[in-house]
Write a protein that binds this ligand. Structure first.
Ligand SMILES: Cc1cc2nc3c(=O)[nH]c(=O)nc-3n(C[C@H](O)[C@H](O)[C@H](O)COP(=O)(O)O)c2cc1C
Length: 489
């Protein structure tokens, strides 16, 4: 055996694929834009919707200011007639007149995007929606209930009104979209997902409000995933808008990373000069501490978040009988058992009479410490967003560089292992071969010696046998009668 074959063994050539990894120099990266928000054919320069805030907190003043800064301004329609009831008109008529007036006022102040917020649970839902259609508002936000039945889709579409339901779960979004497809062969144009940190009435049970499973960060991606099939089926993008507890531009950036295409903010807009509420309402925000913001049980049977005050503290001892109501705003409000009239209390708060009312507020209201203009607020949010985007790019680039370093280290380790391992193997193979060949040679010569000895012995035996055969033949001739059997050797 030729031991040389060992030295002729070739190491197999196993190369890792050569991939060009681009390098990114982000040191000069500056975020210069904030994503736009497209809902149907309306495109907002900033992806910020000012949430509708009733009663009378967001009217034409705030909505037009937001729209002028590139966001979407929203007028809250519920009980809007209470702010300035026309003599002799019924509450329903007063609401219709006031909503029409506010939409028109807003239109006169801006060419930006104006929406209307209507609670599905109000008794005059259809009448308010009719005004939205007649006045051709850009969009309508439908909260506090599932907008499933009796939606005048054709009228809304021909007036160019985009429809955006407000939900608190992926299940609610699914129910709405499924029944819209069945009933109207159409789908809404966007969805606001309002989490448990929002102000005003909340779409959660009290036990769910602090449960991490119901946090906006958890619910939002589920809604985004839920709508994917409808986006495909209808070939449309359905923006999902995050709401509840969003306070800074960094928060906006974080929710965009989770799949949101826009945000709806309420609390921050209360702290603006343009907010339509009385200065005392805004001052209640500036004065409140974190502990003053609590969940209350609203007379309409839903939990709500508000700044607690003497009025709310006194509620349990209030006389429950004797309330007379001409407004009958909400289907779920039973004036016989309600401790106070919600619309009147909210209207009082709007007017700054907080002894006879209270302020709804988001969980971040205690962070409002000054009143600024909508312009300043939008600029601040935009800057913070861009700053987060730059930080995000920095983090990404850092992670990428680390990943490349790791890749290079792995490649090195791989090649070293491969080469060392194989040449080690080659050496081990040669060693084993030599060891075994010695044993083999010994065995071989032992066996060949034995064979030689046997061969000699065999010839000797053969010679002897020939002699014996000769002798026997002679005997046979001598004794011919002897019957001899000759054996072959
Ligand atoms: C004073 C106040 C009144 C509100 N009124 C309404 C309302 O009438 N209809 C509605 O759908 N949402 C209402 N909201 C909720 C807001 O539109 C918005 O979605 C929510 O406040 C977002 O959370 P944030 O305040 O933490 O930004 C109200 C919120 C506040 C603070």
């Amino acid at each position: 055996m030729d031991l040389d074959i060992i030295s002729k063994l070739q190491l197999p050539k196993i190369d890792l694929p050569q991939i060009e990894w681009p390098r990114f120099d982000i040191s000069s990266f500056r975020s210069s834009t904030v994503p736009r928000l497209k809902i149907g054919d309306s495109v907002a320069r900033l992806p910020i919707i000012q949430g509708g805030m009733g009663v009378g907190i967001s009217l034409s003043g705030l909505a037009s200011a937001v729209a002028n800064e590139g966001g979407i301004g929203v007028i809250a329609a519920n009980s809007i007639g209470i702010i300035d009831p026309d003599e002799g008109t019924s509450p329903k008529d007063a609401n219709v007149i006031a909503l029409r007036r506010e939409i028109r006022k807003a239109r006169n102040k801006t060419s930006g995007i104006i929406g209307v917020n209507i609670m599905v649970a109000v008794n005059d839902f259809n009448e308010l929606l009719r005004v939205v259609i007649e006045e051709k508002a850009d969009m309508v936000f439908l909260g506090a209930g599932l907008p499933i039945k009796g939606i005048p889709i054709e009228d809304l579409r021909s007036a160019g009104v985009k429809i955006v339901p407000i939900v608190s779960s992926a299940r609610a979004a699914r129910l709405i979209f499924k029944s819209w497809v069945k009933r109207y062969q159409d789908i809404p144009d966007g969805v606001v997902v309002e989490g448990p940190k929002a102000g005003g009435h909340l779409g959660f049970k009290e036990t769910q409000i602090d449960d991490p499973d119901f946090a906006l960060e958890r619910v939002l991606p589920k809604v985004v995933a839920e709508l994917k099939t409808y986006e495909k089926e209808f070939g449309r993008t359905i923006p999902v808008i995050a709401a509840g507890g969003i306070y800074t531009g960094a928060d906006i950036y974080d929710f965009f990373k989770l799949g949101a295409r826009g945000v709806q903010m309420g609390t921050r807009f209360v702290g603006t000069h343009e907010c339509d509420a009385h200065i005392k309402f805004k001052e209640a925000y500036i004065a409140c501490k974190e502990d003053d913001i609590e969940i209350i049980k609203s007379p309409v049977g839903m939990p709500g978040r508000a700044i607690v005050n003497q009025f709310l503290d006194d509620v349990p001892s209030e006389e429950k009988a004797g309330l007379k109501c001409k407004w009958k705003c909400l289907k779920s409000c039973d004036i016989k058992t309600a401790p106070y009239c919600l619309s009147l209390a909210l209207d009082n708060a709007r007017k700054g009479i907080l002894e006879k009312g209270f302020a709804f507020a988001g969980s971040n209201a205690y962070r409002v410490n000054e009143i600024i203009s909508v312009k300043e607020l939008m600029l601040e949010l935009k800057k913070e967003y861009q700053c987060s985007e730059e930080k995000g790019a920095d983090n990404l680039s850092f992670e990428y560089e680390r990943a490349l370093e790791r890749l290079a280290a792995l490649k090195k380790e791989y090649l070293t292992t491969l080469n060392n391992g194989l040449s080690g193997l080659k050496k081990a193979y040669a060693r084993e071969f030599e060891k075994h060949s010695v044993t083999f040679q010994e065995e071989y010569s032992k066996i060949s010696n034995k064979i030689v000895a046997l061969k000699a012995e065999y010839s000797r035996a053969l010679d002897r046998a020939s002699i014996l055969k000769e002798e026997l033949a002679a005997l046979f001739e001598q004794y011919a009668a002897f019957n001899m059997v000759c054996e072959d050797a």
